[in-house]
Design a protein around this ligand. Structure first.
Ligand code: GDP
Ligand code: MG
Length: 436
């Protein structure tokens, strides 16, 4: 896998201290092979490695004290750049109603994704409508109706015959029934053909949708680039949704299609269930690609060194809401003895980095111990009951400040979240099955 190859490359580099031109050429070669193996389009790979090589051969890298870090940074930044930078590209829903049109080849996951998306908006308190405009396969409409029933979102299917007419009618229907978001499921074929494209163009002209998204199956590989390009040329897409990233797809399409079309990936599908739809963050994605090996070894280390039974007990306790400050103290002692927790946190998708401030040093740990020792058993079990005056008292008693106490409480909350994440990641086997 790309992840394994890259961590192999970086491991080799780290061992060598200073980089030479030959090192870099070897490393670049590995990156090239790895990307090709991950099914990134050859044209993309070629241009990408040229760029990386040029930069890596620059004096900045050669003279750097940590050339391996510098090299990783270049690869990472270049990949992020291809993916449009650090921003997460949100779905635009500013109009009322907002039309979101899903397109793509047959089997890519349009119908499933339409329902996932509708469910997401419904949960946010919106009033979505699903439109079944796939009239090629009769079963397709029934599939969407069924999904709509499951999530309690109405499905408009009109006369079930003419996709263009259905679309036209759905517009009026949505306005009459005060739907603020309208998601249109369209027909796909196994291969691109003129009739399908014409139909999609007509639907686009009728709706003038805010979003025209192409749903792409990550497992398709190199061919996805060609179809993405054609769809984009004809429809001027607003972005992509990549599905089936949970499988053992090689996921290189994410890099390729963004490079070729210059349009963002907005969402990713990570499973068949209704909740398996996630926002896409280029930075985190690349971070995970490049750092995966580290996370795995970190977890292995945790499993070896941390008292396993105690850790499991703690996890159970905190799931039951019983993970108290004393458990917290235990955990941070163990984590501290392992080193780079911050490295791990970087890779967890949903932990806001600016809120992460886990235990900087021995002194801090001593403060925490003092604070916790000054609390009553009841407060240790449930720090939420701490009033301002109690915090003042505790600060005085432990020779600390209110800020120290607040930081402790923040870290306590953060660790609970992180543990939840780790459990989830491990549970879903995302660690081992990540598409790269
Ligand atoms: P459509 O022809 O484009 O409408 O594709 P469908 O929505 O009918 O999906 C085709 C198949 O892919 C179905 O069996 C879906 O359950 C499955 N599928 C869709 N998205 C995902 C995903 O993110 N992960 C996995 N594992 N399966 C998916
Ligand atoms: Mg479908």
């Amino acid at each position: 896998s790309l992840q394994k190859k890259l961590s192999g490359v970086f491991k080799n580099l780290s061992g060598k201290g200073k980089l030479t031109e030959k090192n870099i050429k070897d490393a670049v070669r590995e990156v090239k092979l790895a990307l090709l193996e991950a099914d990134v389009h050859y044209k993309v790979v070629k241009e990408f490695v040229e760029k990386v090589k040029e930069e890596a051969l620059g004096e900045k890298v050669l003279e750097s004290l940590t050339p391996d870090q510098e090299f990783i940074r270049i690869v990472r930044d270049s990949l992020i750049e291809i993916m449009g930078g650090n921003k997460n590209n949100k779905i635009n829903i500013s109009k009322n109603p907002a039309f979101i049109m899903l397109t793509g080849l047959q089997g890519s996951g349009k119908t499933t994704t339409a329902a996932k998306l509708a469910n997401k908006y419904k949960k946010k308190g919106r009033n979505p409508l699903l439109v079944a405009a796939d009239t090629y396969r009769p079963a397709a409409i029934d599939q969407l109706i069924q999904l709509g029933q499951d999530i309690g979102v109405p499905v408009f299917s009109g006369d079930k015959k003419d996709a263009v007419k259905i679309t036209e009618d759905s517009k009026k229907y949505a306005q009459r029934n005060l739907h603020d978001i309208v998601i249109i499921d369209t027909a796909g074929r196994l291969h691109i053909d003129e009739i399908m494209m014409k139909e999609l163009e007509e639907i686009k002209n009728i709706l003038e949708p805010e979003e025209i998204l192409m749903v792409v199956d990550a497992m398709v590989g190199q061919d996805a680039v060609n179809s993405a390009k054609e769809f984009n040329d004809k429809l001027d897409l607003t972005g992509f949704i990549i599905t089936k990233l949970d499988g053992d797809s090689r996921g290189g399409v994410i890099i390729s299609i963004q490079y070729i079309t210059n349009k963002p990936v907005k969402l990713v599908g990570v499973g068949e269930k209704i909740d398996d739809l996630e926002e896409f963050y280029p930075e985190r994605y690349v971070g995970r690609i490049l750092g995966m090996g580290d996370v795995l070894s970190f977890i292995e280390k945790v499993e070896k060194e941390v008292d396993k039974e105690k850790a499991e007990e703690d996890a159970e306790r905190f799931l039951e809401g019983k993970f108290d400050l004393e458990d917290f103290l235990d955990q941070i002692r163990q984590i501290k003895s392992l080193g780079s927790l911050s490295g791990l946190i970087e890779m967890l998708p949903n932990v806001p980095k600016d809120q992460v401030d886990i235990i900087k040093g021995e002194e801090e740990l001593k403060k925490y111990e003092a604070i916790i020792n000054s609390m009553t058993p009841k407060e240790r079990k449930n720090p939420k009951i701490l009033s301002y005056s109690r915090k003042q008292r505790i600060a005085k008693g432990s020779g600390t400040t209110i800020q120290d106490i607040n930081r402790l409480l923040k870290n306590y909350d953060q660790l609970k979240k992180t543990m939840k994440q780790m459990k989830k990641l491990k549970g879903r086997k995302l660690m081992r099955n990540f598409p790269f």
